[in-house]
Design a protein around this ligand. Sequence first.
Ligand code: FAD
Length: 377
Amino acid sequence: MNYDLTEEQELLRRTVREFAESRVAPVAEELDREERFPYDLVAEMAELGLMGIPIPEAYGGTGADTVSYAIAIEELTRIDSSVAITVAAHTSLGTMPIYLFGTEEQRLEWLPPLAAGERLAAFGLTEPNAGSDAGATRTRADLRDGDWVVNGSKMFITNAGTDITACCTITALTGEDEISNIVVPNGTPGYEISAPLHKLGWKASDTRELSFKDCAVPEGNLLGPRGRGFHQFMEILDGGRISVAAMGVGLAQGAYDLALAYAKEREQFGRPIASFQAVQFALADMSTEIEAGRQLVYRAAWLKDEGRDFGLAAAQAKLYTGLLSNRAANAALQIHGGYGFMQEFAISRLFRDQKILEIGEGTNEVQRMVIAKQLGL
Ligand SMILES: Cc1cc2nc3c(=O)[nH]c(=O)nc-3n(C[C@H](O)[C@H](O)[C@H](O)COP(=O)(O)OP(=O)(O)OC[C@H]3O[C@@H](n4cnc5c(N)ncnc54)[C@H](O)[C@@H]3O)c2cc1C
C-alpha cells in the first residue's frame, strides 16, 4: 500500500493552496458580505487550469485524475466554500454529464470553453417538489417538429445564472416514467432564470430557480439514449459526492487551522488558551477526524480512477465528512469565543458555509439510504 501522493498531485496541492491563500483569502469576506459572484477569481482559476481538472486535454481540460480534483476542491474550501462550490458544481455537475454521456459532436461543441473555464455549466435536477426524491421530476420535454419543448421548473441550481453560464443540463420527463437529460443553452426563449437566491452560506456562489415555458431546444441536445436520465443522474451524483466530501475535509481543515492559530494567540488567565487541555483535546479530536475523513475521500477518488465501484465509498465519504465538518466548524468557533461570532472573523463564514454540506448532493439521510442499499438492506 502506498499513501504517497504523486509529484503532480503534490504540485497541484501547492499551486491551489498558494492561489487560495494569496488570491481568495483577502477577498472572501467581502465577496460573502456583498453576495458577489467571483468572476475575477474564476478567470484566474481558468488560467491555472482548475476549471476542467478531470476533463481530458483533448477537450480543453487538464486531464488529471479524480484524486487531484479532490485535492484542489479541498484546498479551495479550506479558504472559501463559495469559490470551491463554483468549481465543483461546474466540473462535477455542469461539465461531467456532457463528457460522460455526450456524443463526440456534443463534446466538441460544448466542452472546450467549459473545460477552459471561459464559460460555466450547471446541472438542474432538483425541483420545488422533487428534492431527495429526485426521480419525482415533473418538468416535461415533448418532441415537436425536431425540438424538445420544455415546460416546468428547477430549484436551487448552482452556476445557472452567471454572465458566463453557457448551459444547464436538466432532467425532464420525455415520456411516461421516462426521464432524459437535455442541454438547455442560456438565452433560449422560454428559459427564465430567477434573480440570485439569498442564502445562509455560499453567499458568493450563484444559486437560481429556473422556469421553462414552451422552451424549445434542438432534438440533438438530448444527452445519451432517451430514457437513460435516471441512471445518468445517479452516476453524476456518485461522482459529485466525492467533490462535496472533499469540501467537507477542506472546510474542517480550514476551521481547524483558524482555531489552532487563534488558540495560540488568545490569552486568558495569563496564558494562551492553547495551553488549556480542554482546548488541546478539541484540536486533537479535530485533527484525527480530519485525517480519517481525508482518507475516505481519497479512497473514493482512487476507486473511481481505478475504474472500480465507488458509489458506496463516495456516499460514506460524503456522510462522514458532512458530519465531521459540522463538528469541526462548531468546535473551532467555540475556541474563538465571542470573536468567532463576528463577521470579520473567517470562522463565522466557515460555520455558515458548513451546513449545506449535509444537504446538497443528497442529505445525510439520503447518504444513509444509499449506503444501506449497498449493504444489501
Ligand atoms: C445552495 C444550494 C445549491 C444547490 N445546487 C444544486 C444544483 O446545482 N443542482 C441541483 O439539481 N440541486 C441543487 N441543490 C439542491 C439540493 O441537492 C437539494 O436541496 C437536496 O437534494 C435536498 O432536497 P430538498 O431541499 O428538496 O429537501 P427534501 O428532499 O424535501 O428533504 C427535507 C428533509 O427530509 C429528509 N428526507 C427526505 N426523504 C427522506 C427519506 N426517504 N427518509 C428520511 N429522510 C428523508 C431529508 O433528508 C431532509 O432532512 C442545491 C441546494 C442548495 C441549498
